[in-house]
Each structure stands twice: as structure tokens, then as C-alpha cells.
Design a binder for this molecule. Structure first.
Ligand code: FPP
Length: 235
């Protein structure tokens, strides 16, 4: 029997390396993303069983629109299928799904599927899977500032009541606790505009494993590394 590993409440992951995983196998990039999506499905299920409360993943960034049209289309179709599978499985699944990021640039059918799935799973008590889609931190921050400014103009709130907690409620992640741990796969060591506000105090963990190869055991290793570090919150 191994030791019991206590999971943090919220783990965030930058799922990087699908392209390199595919290249090594002479597959298309879309095939790599497909392998990445099935890996996420498996990992989320295992994390849910283990009692993790929140898992946030970077699926598509505000910058990813610049990728070749075929890759963007492939990713959007994968997301469609992914959301649909969760819709189909809602009855046998206790996971909640929340999608953060912009909605205005997504195809209408995808937007509707997302809204439907969010409503369908809103009362679930298992893991909350937070999917970042057309998401960028800077984009999220200015949208939050705009929402706040609009509420001020309307007279719903006064400008001088703004503080950290009030502002956090205007972010896409309103109501979701900050991640304690960020994992990025495939050896890159950047935040790439992911949850910059929310990750202010998080431990950052990098691994050379490519995303489709990153399993639950690897996640537990990251959690062990996180426990081994002393967290002081600047105190
Ligand atoms: C980075 O790999 C990964 C992405 C741009 C997208 C992540 C998407 C998935 C894991 C699958 C879709 C997600 C869901 C929720 C269905 P990369 O292409 O930049 O890899 P590379 O750096 O090796 O080229």
C-alpha cells in the first residue's frame, strides 16, 4: 500500500504537447489533439473518483485562432464532440462542467451546447471541470473591468466599493476558488495568458511529458512535489 496523497482543492493544467506527440507518430496535429482530449476525459474521471473538487484546463486560447484553419476546425469539432459526450453521459456522471472564456466568437451551435451542458450539470456534486475555451487572462480581465464599469454607470454599484473580492466576482471564474497548483506539460515554462489573476499564489509544476502521455500517476507526482514545497503566501 502506498501513502495516502491529499489532493489540493483545485488543480489547473496547461495541456501542451499534442502536436509533438502526433509528430513522433507521423500523425496529423488533429489526431494529437484527439489523443489529448481522450486523455483529459480519462484523467478527469480518475481525479473525480479520487475526490478532486476543481480541475481547470486550457483547451483553446484567444491566440489559438491564429493557427491554421484546418487545425482550428479540428479543435472546434473535438470540443463539440467532447461537450456532447458529457451531455449524453449526464445521468451516469456526477461531474459539473463550467466553460470560461469568450462566447461571442464561438459557433452558435457550440455555444448552445455549452449553455445546455452547464445548466444540466449545475447541481452536480462531483468534480467541477473548468474548460477554458477562447480564453485569455488579459481578455478576461478587461471584460471584467468593462462589466464593472457598466454596473457603475447603471448605478448598481459604486466605484469605491471595488476590492479584490468584488473584482473576482466579475471574472469568468466567479465562485471558483483559486488553483493551488498549476501543471504545464511538454517542457514549456510559461503561463501563456492562462488564469494570471487566479494563479497569483499557485505552485507551478513543469514536466517534460507530452499531454497525451500525462496520466493520473503523473498528476499524483505533481501533487507530491507541491506538498514538498513550503507555501508561505508572502508571509
Ligand atoms: C497544445 O498543444 C494544446 C492545445 C492548443 C489545445 C489543447 C486541447 C486539447 C488537449 C484537446 C481538446 C480539449 C478538449 C476539452 C476537448 P500543441 O498543439 O501546442 O502541441 P505542440 O506544442 O507539441 O505543437
Amino acid at each position: 500500500m502506498g501513502d495516502i496523497i491529499i489532493l489540493p482543492e483545485h488543480i489547473a493544467i496547461i495541456m501542451d504537447g499534442n502536436g509533438r506527440w502526433a509528430k513522433k507518430r507521423l500523425l496529423t496535429k488533429t489526431a494529437g489533439h484527439k489523443a489529448g482530449a481522450s486523455n483529459l476525459r480519462k484523467l478527469a474521471e480518475q481525479a473525480n473518483k479520487a475526490g478532486l473538487r476543481y480541475l481547470s484546463v486550457y483547451a483553446f486560447s484567444t491566440e489559438n485562432w491564429k493557427r491554421p484553419a484546418a487545425e482550428v476546425e479540428g479543435l472546434m469539432n473535438l470540443l463539440r464532440g467532447y461537450i456532447q459526450e458529457y451531455i449524453d453521459d449526464t445521468n451516469k456522471n456526477d461531474m459539473r462542467v463550467r466553460v470560461i472564456g469568450r462566447r461571442d466568437r464561438l459557433a452558435l451551435d457550440l455555444r448552445e451546447k455549452i449553455e445546455y451542458l452547464e445548466q444540466l450539470t449545475a447541481g452536480k456534486t462531483g468534480l467541477t471541470l473548468v474548460i477554458a475555451l477562447d480564453y485569455g487572462s488579459r481578455d478576461e480581465l478587461w471584460r471584467a473591468a468593462r462589466k464593472f464599469a457598466a454596473a457603475c454607470t447603471k448605478g448598481d454599484i459604486s466605484g469605491d466599493t471595488l476590492d479584490e473580492d468584488v473584482f473576482a466576482n466579475y471574472l469568468d471564474t466567479a465562485g471558483i476558488p483559486d488553483p493551488q497548483l498549476l501543471i504545464r506539460t511538454s517542457g514549456e515554462q510559461r503561463l501563456s495568458n492562462f488564469m494570471m489573476w487566479q494563479l497569483a499564489y499557485s505552485e507551478l509544476y513543469y514536466t517534460d511529458k507530452l499531454w497525451p502521455d500525462f496520466g493520473f500517476k503523473d498528476m499524483l507526482e505533481a501533487v507530491q512535489a507541491y506538498h514538498a514545497r513550503e507555501r508561505r503566501f508572502g508571509g
